[in-house]
Structure formats: C-alpha cells, structure tokens
Design a binder for this molecule. Structure first.
Ligand SMILES: [Zn+2]
Length: 425
C-alpha cells in the first residue's frame, strides 16, 4: 500500500535548463515527487546561455540520476562542475559513451584552471559514478521508473532515451531524442525507430533545412577537394574530435585521396583509436571493410600530429595538403593557429562540415564577418544531425504519433519551421 501524502499528488515536471532555444548547452530536468533526473549537462558555445547551478530548480546534490545521450561536450561538458557543485548520483549512458567520456572530459578539463591531480581525481569520480548500459533493454530506476536506450545514430554510442513513469500521470512515457543522426552515416548503424510516447522532447537543429544525400555529398567533397587543391593550397577542415573527424577519415579513405591528410588533434587521434576498438558498435559496411583487410578509418597517406612541436612545424607546410583539426566551431584548439596562418592565402580553403553556433568564430567566417582570402565552403551533407525530412520521418515512424512534442536544441527559425510541419501532420 502506498502512503498517501500531498507529495504523491504532485505531477512530474520537465524543465529545459539548457539548449531550449539554441543548439548547445543541452540540459533537461525531470522532477517527480521522489526522483530527480537530469538529461545531459552540456557546455554552451558562443552566445548560447548556460544556467548557473544555483538557479537550477533542484540543487545538484538532490539529482538522483544524470543520463547522457552521447559524449559530445555540448551534452556533457558541465559534468565535472556539476560534481563540484555536489552531484553524487548515478551517471547513465551506453557502453560506448562511457568509453568516450573520459578522454572527452579530460581534454575539456585541461582548459580549466584545475591541477593535474584535481583532474585525475575528477576522472576517477566520473568513472565511479558512471555506468554503461545495453541498448534496447528496459532497466529500472528508483520508484519503478523504467528506461530504455536506443541507438540515435549521431556519433558512436549516441542514444535516445525512452522513460516510463509509473505515477502522476500513470505510465506516462517520455522520450528524449538527444541528437539524432542521419541514415547512411559512415561507421554508424542507422538511428532506431522510436516507440510511441506521451511526450517527445526532440532536437530541431536542422528543422528548416535538408542536407545533400550521402552519394551527392561524397561527390561534392571530391569535387570541392579537386577544385581547392588545383592551386596546391591547403584545405583546413575544422572538425569535432569525436564523430566528424572519424567520418571524414572514412570518406577520404573511400575516395582514395592522393594528398597527405594530417589529423592535427591529440584528442581526435585518441578518439579515432577508441573508435577502432569499439568495433561492436560499427555498422555492417565498416565491419565488412575491416574483414576484407581495409581498415575503414586508416589509410597510407594519413598522418597523425600528436606533439605540439610537430603542430608548430605543420604550420609551415606547403600544399597540397588537408589538415583536420579541432575545435569544430574554431572556438579554440589547433585549428585557430592554422586559420591565423592560412586564412589570408587565396590558394587555401576552409571546409566547414558541422554546425556553427551563433557568436562562434566559425559562424563569423561563414558570414564573412572575418576577413578571409581563402575559399570558404560549407558542406552540409556532413552534418551529424538529422535534417528536416529525417526528423519528420523519425517521428512518423512511431506506431502512433506522440500526444505532445516539444522542440528544443534548435534556433528560432529551425524550431518554428519544424513545428509548423509537424502540426499539419
Ligand atoms: Zn552531438
């Protein structure tokens, strides 16, 4: 028998603490009378807002579970600070996310004012608190709340989360899409079909746009490479260390690039190695390439640039060459030195392959607010996010439409455009 208290009558409540109207800083809070769940705790980039922990509706020490949809920093970057602020609950994610979390957060922490010893302690703490779970299996939390993680196809280990809350209202189902990927992404299996739910909290990054399809995009990349390299210049590709870098290596391998390709990113290299060991999570195509003796993310003229002094040397290299370096939005990292060095040479080119948030240096270059003589290309086909058509078909694939959809993780136009289309349906 359940003890009747006024607490029991209070319904669950969901608050969006980050990435409500923009694409970085993801953080959502589910409050039930007895259990508090946070979904993602990401860092915001550019002019996107980050809510201070003091303004959270519940104090970090009262959060029981932190779910991580994937290991990108805009979904996980504030985890160390959340722990610093008192969080001591369980961190729940997929096995691959757990493996990727340590190098990602270690790298993020290296930019903070923490000492090596503090970083090491935090790493151990995160490792202690976090648990990798299987996809497609239902697990229970406190108070009979259950959850299931399903493949989101965005980066290795990415998932969407289906919760069932037994009370208030009864058996209420909530799905958090996290970041949804595209079909036919190199290395990754396609996103899973979602079950029906009462409330869907969905990302809308590209709610107002469609990407090129995969076949077109590899041709576009090949053509852009040929054009950009005709004058023996250097192509700079700012890329997220996790996901985009490995996809680019994969595709440059498939099109048999003849020029040297440099991965100038210690983190990108570490993650690429991890991707190689997490073979169980690859798609069929990548597995079959490997079984035929062609490693899908390694080739002859691919060079790793680990040490800082080699990075410095790379700044003087003559083209033709392709340099892949982080950060993806040019907010820091080795790409900044390369752009400073080569942005004003008309023989060079910059390929943007990922979303550039408002206020970031990457966005400023695309919008021509930063003077540049180098060629500037935006290859939309390389986005790790589902486009408008893919978002709509993902929702339509539910056996029954959700009773309510809340769009988050998108700028105004993207959210509004997608909302209009979904409403019509
Ligand atoms: Zn992401």
């Amino acid at each position: 028998m359940t003890v009747f208290t006024s607490e029991n009558l209070r319904p669950m409540k969901i608050t969006h603490l980050g990435a409500q109207n923009c694409v970085t800083g993801s953080c959502h809070l589910v409050q039930t009378p007895a259990v508090n769940i946070l979904v993602d705790c990401g860092k915001a980039y550019g002019s996107d807002p980050e809510l201070p922990f003091e303004k959270f509706p519940v104090a970090p020490e009262k959060i029981d579970y932190l779910f991580l949809t994937h290991a990108h920093i805009d979904h996980t970057g504030r985890v160390p600070d959340l722990i610093g602020a008192g969080f001591n609950g369980e961190i729940i994610c997929t096995h691959a996310t757990k493996a990727l979390l340590t190098p990602m957060l270690r790298d993020a922490l290296s930019f903070s004012s923490r000492t090596d010893k503090q970083i090491k302690l935090l790493e151990e703490k995160i490792d202690d608190l976090s648990w990798g779970f299987e996809l497609d299996e239902a697990f229970s939390l406190k108070k009979k709340i259950t959850f299931k993680l399903k493949n989101a196809g965005h980066i290795l280990g990415s998932c969407f989360i289906q919760f069932t809350f037994p009370a208030q209202p009864k058996n209420f189902t909530v799905t958090f899409s996290g970041d949804l990927g595209c079909k036919d992404t190199p290395i990754l299996p396609d996103p899973d079909t979602p079950d029906t739910c009462d409330l869907l909290i969905m990302e809308s990054t590209y709610g107002d746009r469609n990407h090129e399809n995969r076949k077109d995009r590899i041709n576009t990349l090949k053509k852009a490479l040929d054009k950009a390299l005709a004058d023996d210049g250097i192509i700079y590709i700012p890329a997220f260390a996790l996901g985009r870098t490995q996809e680019l290596i994969y595709e440059l391998d498939r099109i048999k690039t003849k020029v040297p390709v440099f991965i100038d990113s210690p983190l990108g290299l570490e993650i690429t190695e991890l991707y190689s060991t997490l073979e169980d999570f690859w798609d069929k195509e990548a597995k079959s390439l490997k079984s035929k003796g062609d490693h899908p993310i390694d080739f002859k003229n691919l060079y790793s640039v680990e040490r800082y002094k080699d990075h410095k040397k790379l700044l003087n290299i003559k083209g033709p060459a392709i340099i892949i370096a982080g950060s993806g939005m040019c907010t820091g990292g080795r790409i900044v030195d390369h752009l400073e060095n080569g942005l004003n040479d008309p023989a060079n080119d910059i390929f943007f392959v990922g979303y550039q948030s408002k206020g970031t240096p990457g966005r400023k270059i695309i919008k021509k607010k930063t003077p540049a003589k180098a060629g500037i290309y935006t290859l939309t086909g390389y986005s790790a996010h589902a486009d408008q058509n893919a978002l709509i078909s993902w929702v339509n694939a539910m056996p029954e439409p959700p009773k309510e959809i809340r769009l988050v993780h998108g700028e105004d136009n993207a959210r509004k455009t997608l909302a209009r289309i979904l409403e019509k349906k």
